[in-house]
Design a protein around this ligand. Structure first.
Ligand SMILES: [Fe+2]
Ligand SMILES: [Fe+2]
Length: 193
């Protein structure tokens, strides 16, 4: 399947122009970030285009599709099934688009909550999803520019910002996000002795 064919299948699969346009913008930004930071642009583009395959599913459908695949469902996911669109999306990318590359599937699975262990491609997709130009919030452009100069600094800021946002909205922060924050703090801690 060529990339153009894949895009047209994703468009039909999503069934919504708005979500498809988001995926195209995420794929473009992920591609540019990968080029800038020496990662595979082809992998970044694929991850971007396929990251939200299950985003428009209802909570009920997400739970049912995950159960049908015997995927473990954590308590916090059962409480907020929308979070499952990321992990289910990785399954759909494999089943429908034949993606077997573990780095692409990992980036798709982690794009919403992040995780303790984040590869550079995981971070690129996480940032591209959060910073694509269709989103409008204060500081987006600055953070996008920062992502080109320092992937790590942008990741740190976006992650901390997402936790702050959840707390302000009184939404429970997903455990993998807390783990991701803890991992950043571990890295920042000076090595003693
Ligand atoms: Fe998503
Ligand atoms: Fe997305």
């Amino acid at each position: 399947m060529t990339f153009a064919q894949l895009c047209s299948n994703v468009r039909a699969d999503l069934g919504q122009t708005h979500r498809y346009a988001h995926c195209v913008r995420v794929a473009r930004l992920a591609d540019r970030l990968a080029l800038r930071h020496g990662e595979s642009t082809a992998h970044a583009r694929l991850a971007g285009m396929l990251h939200d395959l299950a985003r428009l599913y209802s909570g009920e459908r997400l739970l049912a599709e995950c159960r049908a695949r015997s995927m473990p469902i954590a308590e916090y996911e059962a409480a907020s099934p929308i979070l499952l669109h990321a992990r289910l999306g990785a399954y759909l990318a494999r089943e429908r688009y034949g993606i077997t590359d573990a780095s692409i599937l990992s980036a798709i699975a982690k794009h919403t909550t992040a995780d303790r262990h984040m590869s550079r491609l995981d971070i690129i997709l996480y940032l591209a999803d959060a910073l694509e130009p269709g989103r409008s919030y204060e500081g987006r452009e600055r953070l996008e520019a920062l992502a080109f100069s320092s992937l790590e600094e942008a990741y740190h800021e976006v992650l901390v910002g997402s936790v702050d946002y959840c707390r302000r909205m009184e939404v429970t922060v997903a455990p993998p996000t807390l783990e991701a924050i803890a991992a950043l703090k571990d890295q920042a801690r000076p090595i003693l002795g």
